[in-house]
Write a protein of this length. Sequence first.
Length: 248
Amino acid sequence: MRQTLVAGNWKLNGSKESIEELLKGVLSGMSEVKSDVAVCAPYVYIPLVEELLKDTDVAFGSQDISMYESGAYTGEISGAMLTDFSCKFSIVGHSERRTLFGEKDADTAKKFAAAQKYGLTPILCVGELLEERENGTTEAVVARQLDAVINLVGVEALEKAVIAYEPVWAIGTGKTASPQQAQDVHAFIRSKIANLNKSVAEKIQILYGGSVNGGNADELFAMPDIDGGLIGGASLKADDFLAICQAG
Ligand code: PEP
């Protein structure tokens, strides 16, 4: 049995005050949560999050990571900097990085490797655009995104990683993939990995992301290959996030 993981992605949201209130709210409901829980904060708030989550069961991470280690890369944040603040996770290849900031599959793969080099667990996001779903290329797109990583780091590296399947058309739109639609892609991902290494495929947590909320999380997390969620909008309010954390 794989442990369920619910990870919040706060994106470009929050202030010192709102983050303190949000995390206090989340921590107050953690006694009823069986899933592992993490929050991925904007970089500048990571020291505050580290302080607020010290000695708690909630882990934290970043929403991105530099593919570079150090040097003349203005604006970048490295794996070493993140582990200086006890980060556990780094999201890599989020669709907003891919579509709005031009991140290529090869860049995501380098970021995945950079995270692991510093002991961070990458949360590798994959998923198709609406037009790709409509023209029947969902599996080809997801396979291409996965292959970029596997070809760089090897399938064994997935043992210390999490995958998030996030259909781009479901992110922040209020349109959720049906549990069966999501399950089909999760099963495809797991079988693709199993073709290379059965044990890694059995162990890896594959999260679903895309308009998950307290009302649909139970059904989604009940699917055999869905091991939790990556949560955007609903991770910004303690009650909404806790309702998802308590599901599954
Ligand atoms: C996300 O951005 O990773 C996400 C799943 O967002 P939302 O839950 O708001 O759709």
